[in-house]
Design a protein around this ligand. Sequence first.
Ligand code: TYD
Ligand code: MG
Length: 450
Amino acid sequence: MARQKTFFTCQQCGFQNPKWLGKCPDCNQWNTLTEEQSQPQQGGRALPAPGKPQKMAEITSTAEDRVSCGIAELDRTLGGGLVPGSLILVGGDPGIGKSTLLLQAIDQLAKTGTALYVTAEESTRQVKLRGERLGATSQNLYLLAETSLEQIRKRVAELNPDYLVIDSIQTIFTNSIESAPGSVSQVRECAGQLMILAKGEGIPTFLVGHVTKDGSIAGPRVLEHMVDTVLYFEGDPGHPYRILRAVKNRFGSTNEIGVFEMCSSGLREVANPSELFLAERPEKNAGSVVVPAMEGTRPILVELQALVSSSSFGTPQRTAIGIDHKRMALLVAILDKKVELQLAGQDIFVNVAGGVRLDEPAVDLATIAALASSHLNRAIESQTVIFGEVGLTGEVRAVSQPELRIKEAARLGFNRCILPQGSLKNITAPKEMTLVGIRHASELLDLIFN
Ligand code: TYD
Ligand code: MG
């Protein structure tokens, strides 16, 4: 009898070693190696039909191939709808609303075809109860409580659904390998087999993935490489707002976000996020400024807040939530050196209201304005929005899409916009909007206060 091979796999990154190690040499995490048995049987997989070379010019594809999920914010995040045969991973903290979102989506999809929701965590009755609350009543929506991948494949072959949801990838297992469900090998193998199913049969498949403590999807990174699209569902459990963000998308941009509100009847789309993010803005308060940021193709107005206070300790604190920490340090240094505001020895906190993350340099100028406003304890003129990139010498540089940003600001009743001089070229602004172009960050302070 052949001896069964055991090996140790890092549950964080998928690294394998014949011996146990306390620390994974690949990802440097402690105590992540667990024992697993026997390799996946390579011959056991059903391979898709062999392909043959085709002329690219002769392959037809149309935008209509995409299917709408019936939830505009989800379609937007997917890059304009669901692509046939695509495999989509939806990650997020427990209780954030992944199951709710996918049940609502599959219910809408079931209006155009047969849909199967595989629940490996909850019973069909629990899902039904939730479905009732969400108003999910489609006739063609099937539920299956099953954790065995082989059984799931059998049922899929019988039912031949047009859409498939697996909730969640960590709770299903395949018999072809002996490791426990949720272990790296299992997750990888199950995802691989589901990919072959999705691609081979052309069934768009959603996988729910749990996230680990540090926020990445549990299981190996390979999971993210295997699938076509990775969506993260984020939000503060204390707030009703949820943001769906694409971090990888083979069929569209990764900049798009979808905004939802969790209410008693499930997730509600938020079509005008700017209004939402500005709803609780304290006007006439020092340290608050409104910035028109771009999230993908959509401009969103958000409030950026700064608090500068003298530090009671030797090393002042610097905390940034929603913007890059290093970027903030750089802007503080520019303020110090080029605008001559003495911020050394001050505790500095920057926060983007509403839990939004702003990754573009266009928020530089607004960050500087908020810091200066808090430091000088003078409120920024409340009908003004500010955007622009700031370079290391304090120069203000042009950014993309100035016109869209200005239009969104005008739509929400702002009447003045401070922007880079370089962005003023060839733009037409709404009549009620006054545009003020600047070239250097030091010009900002004379413009923003009442
Ligand atoms: P769920 O979709 O089960 O989260 P996940 O699958 O990501 O773990 O969402 C559970 C949370 O959503 C729960 O805390 C209650 C809340 N919720 C509502 O507020 N309203 C609703 O209609 C539903 C279905 C859930
Ligand atoms: Mg769930």
